[in-house]
Design a protein around this ligand. Sequence first.
Ligand code: SF4
Length: 411
Amino acid sequence: MMNDYRIKTTDKMKEVMANYFKGLESGKKKIAWCTSVGPAELLRSFGFEVYFPENHGALLGATRTAMDHIPEAVKCGYSGHVCSYTTSDIGSFLKNDTPLKKHYGMDGVPKPDIIVYNTNQCREVEDWFTFYADHFCCPIEGIQPPRHLDEVTEDEVELVVKQFKRIIPACELVSGQNFNLESLKRVLRLSKEATLLWQKVLKTSTAINAPISFFDGTIHMGPIVVLRGTQEAKDYYTELLAELEDNVANNRGFLPQATTRIFWEGMPIWGKLRMLSDLFTDNNAAVVASTYCSSWVFDKFDENDPWNSMARAYTEIFINRSEKAKMEMLKKWFKEYSIDGIVYHDSKTCFNNSNAKFGMPQRLSKETGVPSLVVEGDLCDLRFFSEGQSITKIETFLEQLEDNKMALERK
Ligand code: SF4
């Protein structure tokens, strides 16, 4: 039976993102560039519009234009084997060719007044952003939290708070505004409200008939990445959540006949989202959860304790943790979403967000009984993704999962 399920709020999201990009070009506010899990709230508290190069990298991947640009960055000395967000973004900049022109009518990427990064996700962002700081001769500030921890203690939080505060003088100088604690608290409250709504959006797919897939999630996460700390993000997720909750209440989902429930671990393969989404649904498998979409849930934010809570929330994220901590988080998600199998995307150019290189899939499957599959690919560079081989691997894995389930039911 044909399922014509569609998330209607998608139209609204396109409008919200278009307005965001229009705002960046209006020239009304100074522009801060920030990493996707960087201190966006602090920057917004100074009145900056915030631009996220990783969002641009995802756009280059999704529009499959990344491969046209990567060679340009390679010519400048960037290896074709490092982060393809970095290489495609730099290449696109050098060629002055960006999908922002076609999709949002922009002249190009907005010029930064200040650049801020957080290496809580990887060191690559420091190299990437330094390229632009050199090019634009603009101030660059960084936060370098401790990495790969089992537990984030008060010691680490204290250290990161100091690093957050060290950014203030540069922000004051560039924005022309003094730091205002009330403004930070207001932005943080809005950010927390939006992030909790986003968390609820993701959790709607704990329902048997899940209303939002991982693939839909990669599209709907746009506002929580680029607009957190704004009323627009909060309003957007209020509307999306209402639609999804209504769908759950009325037993409407993206794959009502799903026989297996899958967890996606690692980066999306941006240029193959549609192909992969169709592949899973055609095989009656619902991809209901992911580490990637959950990365923008900062439920520790607390406007009454802004510095400590921001430092903690941004240091505790999945990508910044030890294998032990990651496994605990995955176990919790497996239970919560009733997962039958996990697919790891082993991304060639993102070592940091690939967890299949040191035996974790085997160890986790042994502990949980949840079977795993590793798919090789890349976030943007499709030369590292073999479509035919991946289809065969995924179909075989899904068949095995179904067989296992049927065998268990017969027992
Ligand atoms: S986490 Fe991976 S994809 Fe993201 S910026 Fe770092 S290396 Fe690139």
